[in-house]
Ligand binder design. Sequence first.
Ligand code: DSN
Length: 409
Amino acid sequence: MTDRTGDAEVDALIGREQLRRTRSLQLIASETEPSAGVRTAMASVFDTKYAEGYPGARYHGGCEVVDDVERLAIDRARELFDAPYANVQPNSGSAAGVAVYAAFAQPGDPVLALRLDQGGHQTHGSRANFSGRWFSPLHYGVRTSDERIDYDQVRDLALVHRPRILVAGGAAYSRFYDFAVLREIADEAECVLWVDAAHLAGLVAAGVAASPMPYADVVTVSTNKVLRGPRGGLILAPGRHRVVLDKAVFPFVQGGTAMNAIAGKAVAFAEAATPEFAAYVRTAVANAAALSAALTERGLRIVSGGTDTHLAVVDVTSLDLTGVEAQRRLDAAGIVVDKAVLPFDTRPVSQGSAVRIGTPSVTLAGLGTQDMPLLADWIVEALRSPVGSRDDGGPHARIRGQITDLPAG
Ligand code: DSN
């Protein structure tokens, strides 16, 4: 497959992006490279087909082949995650989340989730998102002592406010969740337990993290994160929620299905069941632990003292940097990260005092735990050095030069 479109301007942009990626290390926790098979499926003939509805019950003719594609993706998702029900149609993890609200709550209902500035996600009740405008958001947080979820606070809030939905999951919480305790709380408060496994699903598929399936009423997944699938979403649930979730996805939230993405999901689910996939995820998690330890040895604090997963949040206050400036300095050295906030950060979210790092992309590119001390050296050196001009021969330019010699560069 070629990445040339024949459109000179777009081709030039594709070329620039390819160059940017090869000349830098991608530590964006939510990014991975889909396999060639997934990309082929995405660019296949299935991009063309309109197929509103579900297999065997479509609003368009000529759906006999795409029906089989969708059935295949559903079967593979169910097997991979040991789930009685799977819906492979959501166009993204966020769209899967909208369907969960539609299935289980009414506008105005209280919803209890992890705070956005302590690792949650904007679709879990942020005021800037539909979820915070159309529902009544309540938030739990982490303990000051160890920066891990305060399950006592979750229980207290759930029993006092009786949310319709209790949400676990987020974009920057690096520790495993105690799904059994969350299930107990949901039962006591008589609410739905939604596990947003956007990031975690890849770890679950690889057997590196415990599955939320035995505990949750509904689980949502971003297929393009650790899972290495196409940009898209997935909903998993016990069979009793099949009808309400199907109706929530279509016709309530979405119209026509992205059949090419569904074909890509089918490919990705099969790949995620292989020993090679499990090995990649195990290495990504080991890399995140090794990088966290190496950064700690070099004087940087990792939120909660480390990580259980593929991501970590690095406190940059000891270097007197904001998260924004830290991201800028790392970017100048060809190390691409996200600015982030600390739990209980005193700076505004727009500045933050941390960066979020993640290891799936560099792992796929060939880096292992033996490379993490050198990467930590570069991160610390880049953070300590103010950014000069791009080719000033300073530390950032030197690190950029060394990165291209790595397997990932
Ligand atoms: N953009 C995703 C992430 O980076 O984790 C969250 O939606």
